[in-house]
Design a protein around this ligand. Structure first.
Ligand code: FAD
Ligand code: N01
Length: 537
């Protein structure tokens, strides 16, 4: 039961964020009879799918996999309409889950957690919100999302622009009508690649400002075949179980051969077959595509051909072909992206030739050229993995601030907790597979690990848990060692924090779902090895 301690309400757990992680965390803690509350900055649930309402937003992992598996009834009842569901359908699903499991009354919306301070003497966290609320809680769970803090580029004059500026990650709920407008889109990552084909349909003129081209493969999205759905649902639990053994925790039809175990013709046929199916599964064509640069080059050459074939103007096509390793920035999945450049009213500005100088009223200035627009779209991504957590003033034991601790890069044991911050958990934190996996299962695995840990602590009367620095350091080193065996650190990606000015460059996600799960299970089996558990004093 909650009680009032002077100005503070005291509860068992505060969960920050009402995306898929926060929703499931609340469900799990309530099952243990704990009083937990979700605090969410937005006015509704859904996280990513609440905020990213730009035209064309949808998932790129098939929806039959990008969905919860914790409830067999839920996964049997719910029907996705398309292979890759739209933002709207995914948001409806999140709302359905919240109502189906009666979770809404445990959530506070329009409230941002601004501070979490640990009171060592009391083994409590003191949580403050921007609404003036103060809560004391034993556990804090950061379900704040890996891609939730929008990255606003520091372009001079942007704040003073005389035309509307929209960020894809904070899109207006009422939508934006670009009819008869001249639109400038800055960025060519997944958000731009999904939105520009639809913006191009409405706008009078579309100018895309590209700093680095990205690889994109067609989605070939389609309505789901009822026979396929019923066949998969007849063995849904088993299918989900199989996916835990796969590198990215998703069914990408992984081939366990090297790209060089086959002849050039066979490899070409395999690439053609993967291309014809579309989607992220391309990268699973061979087991060394993201580990061996020579293997990667074979895929790069293939993509180069495919991109070039989709763009009529050869000089323009050349600008759209990346030179970075394929996969080192997240592969994009598109519907008619490259084809927009064949339209007379769409143009590309290559910022490698000259960067954006400033925004001057209604013009994006590149060198001496004024690109006059009626609206600017920032498809400039996120301060990924650490941005949302670091946005909160977090002070742990002995006055240690998380900002100071992570100044040279994030350090977290298994991406679940960070030394010096007892009873504070991270869902899909840095050092876990997170963004290098199908994120919904990864979220579920983390939520279950955390709720099992809390249940264990209560059963055994432990008051606090804290990672040991030694274990944490060893894990961070291991994450980096594994990353170095791959092509992932090979370009300026958000995986490395390279997209945010002044952010330290450290490869943040862990590559490999199966070894990660194994490690998490081993740690528990050994009595939470690498964690310090503090008993009742
Ligand atoms: P989020 O959904 O990001 O939710 C975090 C919530 O925390 C947000 O609502 C935020 O407002 C809130 N919050 C943050 N800080 C505070 C604070 N201080 N106080 C209060 N509230 C706070 N992953 C895939 O695996 N497959 C996909 O196909 C896929 N598609 C994506 C498409 C887009 C456009 C984007 C941006 C991401 C996509 N992702 C995808 C990644 C996606 O973020 C995750 O799959 C998942 O939705 C994350 O859920 P979450 O609950 O961890 O975080
Ligand atoms: O962001 P991004 P995103 N001047 O960081 C450019 C998921 N997601 O929102 O590459 C000019 O990928 C920047 O250029 P550069 C998915 O995990 C999934 O598109 O840094 N340009 C880049 O081109 C994805 O990876 C889907 O040189 C500037 C772009 O902005 C992640 O979210 C859909 C700039 C940002 O690309 C992020 O995707 C959407 C500047 N100052 C998102 N600053 C699906 O399809 C940045 N850029 C499921």
């Amino acid at each position: 039961m909650s009680k009032t301690d002077k100005d503070y309400k005291t509860i068992d757990a505060v969960i920050v964020g009402a995306g898929f992680a926060g929703i499931y965390m609340l469900y799990k803690l309530r099952q243990q009879g704990l009083e937990a509350r979700v605090i969410e900055a937005g006015s509704g649930v859904g996280g990513t799918w609440y905020w990213n309402r730009y035209p064309g937003a949808r998932c790129d992992i098939p929806s039959m996999q990008y969905s919860y598996q914790f409830s067999e009834d839920l996964q049997q009842e719910w029907d996705w309409s398309e292979k890759y569901a739209t933002q709207g359908e995914i948001l409806t699903y999140a709302e359905h889950v919240v109502d189906r499991f009666g979770l809404r009354d445990g959530m506070t919306f329009n409230s941002k957690v601004i501070a979490c301070h640990y009171l060592s003497g009391e083994d409590q966290w003191q949580v403050k919100t921007d609404q003036g609320e103060q809560i004391k809680t034993r556990f804090v769970i950061m379900a704040t999302g890996c891609l939730s803090k929008p990255n606003y580029p520091s372009i001079q004059g942007l704040r003073e622009a005389s035309v509307p500026v929209y960020h894809t990650g904070q899109w207006p709920h009422e939508g934006v009508d670009f009819t008869n407008m001249r639109v400038g889109v800055i960025g060519t990552g997944s958000s731009a690649i999904q939105s520009t084909p639809l913006i191009a349909k409405q706008a009078k003129a579309l100018t895309v400002f590209q700093r680095t081209p990205n690889y994109s493969i067609p989605a070939y999205n389609e309505p789901l075949d009822p026979d396929y759905v019923s066949q998969l649902k007849s063995r849904y639990a088993e299918y989900r179980q199989e996916n835990w053994t796969r590198g990215f925790g998703a069914d990408f039809d992984e081939n366990d051969q090297s790209a060089f175990e086959v002849s050039d013709d066979q490899r070409r046929s395999a690439y053609e077959a993967r291309w014809a199916k579309g989607g992220l599964a391309f990268l699973a064509a061979y087991n060394d595509l993201v580990f061996d640069m020579k293997a990667n080059d074979t895929a790069r050459e293939f993509f180069k051909e495919k991109i070039t074939a989709r763009v009529d103007n050869p000089a323009l096509a050349e600008k759209l072909v990346p030179t970075t390793p394929i996969g080192c920035k997240r592969l994009c999945v598109d519907t008619d992206y490259y084809e927009i450049y064949n339209k007379d009213h769409v143009s590309l500005v290559d910022l490698n030739e000259e960067p954006i100088g400033c925004i001057d009223g209604d013009a994006i200035m590149v060198g001496a050229i004024r690109h006059e627009v009626d609206a600017i779209v920032l498809a400039t991504g996120f301060d990924a993995m650490t941005g949302a957590v670091m946005n909160i003033d977090i002070i742990g034991e002995s006055g240690l601030s998380l900002e100071d601790k992570w100044a040279e890069g994030p350090k977290a044991y298994l991406g679940l907790a960070t030394a010096g911050f007892p009873n504070l958990f991270l869902v899909t934190g840095p050092g876990s597979p997170s963004v290098l996996s199908n994120m919904l299962p990864s979220i579920e695995q983390h939520v279950e690990w955390i709720s099992d840990c809390i249940e264990y602590m209560n059963r055994n009367q432990y008051r606090a848990i804290n990672p040991e620095t030694r274990a944490e350091d060893a894990w961070v080193e291991h994450v980096n060692e594994v990353a170095q065996t791959s092509v992932y650190p090979g370009c300026n990606s958000w995986y490395l924090g390279a997209n945010v000015e002044g952010k330290s460059r450290v490869f943040m996600p862990y590559l490999g779902v199966p070894p990660y799960i194994e490690k998490c299970e081993e740690v528990v089996a050994a009595g939470y090895e690498g964690f310090q558990l503090m008993g009742t004093s």
